[in-house]
Structure formats: structure tokens, C-alpha cells
Design a protein around this ligand. Sequence first.
Ligand code: FPP
Length: 245
Amino acid sequence: MSLIDQIDKAKVPEHVAIIMDGNGRWAQQRGNQRIFGHRNGVKAVRAATEAAGELGVKYLTLYAFSTENWSRPKSEVDALMSLLVDTINSEMETLLKNDIRILTIGDIGMLPSDVQLKLSEVIKQTSHCKTLTAILALSYGSRLEITEAIKKLIAEHQNGKLSLDQITPELFSSYLYTAGIPDPALLIRTSGEIRLSNFLLWQLAYTELYFTPVLWPDFTKEEFYKAVIEYQKRERRFGKTSQQL
Ligand code: FPP
């Protein structure tokens, strides 16, 4: 039986988040510059997006650039920013054809102005698309996101707009970049690293975690299916007992 046939279409995770790791190692293994790995990583972005769309996943969040990634060599940061703009340019038609909406999360104001402009353009042009929402985490850091949310809450409390007993976990979620987006049901991290690296710390509270040694440029649709198959074997109890489910 092929991998896709092993997936129960009625139990597909609504939101899949991915830490796309291992581009640099993939390139180095081939005696190439790290950017060669990032360029090949774009193929894997396409594969994951296609697989998500076919299965009926509604939200796909991709960790493309973290707040910590700003400390990489300038040449790598610049190359990643150009790659992002080039990819948006080359994929715009495909996004529209496949009804994929683009959103971003992160400290977008930190990105170079041409990247910000390109992002605003793709967000606007795809705003009517409904099949899949692809969320690019760019200059994203969960601790920064949480800190910014707390600052907004305190300011509103001090202005008398918000009382302390109005502050609930649900309200707090609505102050994050991910407001209105359901929490990920499944997190995938490639390249064998087993950590969260400041990604969606609040939102991943009850997410199923899937780690694979596959390096991101080698991630194919089949690898995505394998993660979903593994997810479907898990029992999501949310603190309850098996008998209560
Ligand atoms: C992690 O691998 C990958 C990144 C920091 C960048 C991810 C970017 C892309 C896949 C391309 C552009 C993205 C989009 C959405 C078009 P690493 O460099 O940390 O690899 P290493 O751990 O082996 O060094």
C-alpha cells in the first residue's frame, strides 16, 4: 500500500508546523556553500506545501528565519533574503492557481524593505485564497512574541481597557502573532535535532512532535506523509484518560 493510502483523510492535522533544518549540512556534505542547501530547501518547501494541500491540511507554518538567525554571517543572511524574494516572484502564479494564502508571523519590521514590500504584495494578492494558508515565520522568535504580547496587555491594563480578570489563556493567545490561527496539531523538525529552538513555545503546548533525521532539502511529499501517518497513530488525550476519549 502506498504511503498516501495509509492516511485517514478524516483525521488529517488541521495545522502542521515545520522547523526546516539541515540545509547547511546538506550543502556541506556535497562540498558546497550553505546557500546551495537553502536553494535546494525551496524544493522541499514546494513538496511540503503540495502534500499539505493534497491532504487537506488548512494551515502550514514554516520556520524560515529566526530572530537568532540574524547573527549568521551577513552574506548568508543577504542570500536568504534574496532567495525569499526570488521564490515569491517565481511562485506567485502557482500560489494563486492552488488557492494558497500567504501570511507571515514574526518581527517583520526587521526585514529589509524590499523583502517587506514583496511580502505585503504576496499577502495582498493571495488574501482571497482558501484551500491552504501557508504561514512564513520570518525574524520569528517565540520569546519575543510572548514579550511583545505581555507589553500590549500591560499597556491596555494601564489605560483601563483591560481588567486583570479578563486575562485568560484564550485572551493571551489573541495577542500573539498567531491570533485567530488554531494551534499546530503536528510539529515536524528535520535534521535529527530534537529541540524547539524558540519556535511557537506557547502554541505547541499540546502539539504532537515528530523528529526525523532527514535533512530539509531531502524532505519530500513522502516524508510529509510519513509524519502524518505517525501523527495518526498517536492518542491525543489533552490531559484526559484514554477511557474518557
Ligand atoms: C535551517 O537550516 C534553514 C534555514 C535557517 C532557512 C530556511 C530557508 C529555506 C528553506 C528557503 C527559503 C524559504 C522559503 C519559505 C521560500 P540550517 O541552515 O540551520 O542548516 P544546518 O543546521 O545544517 O546548518
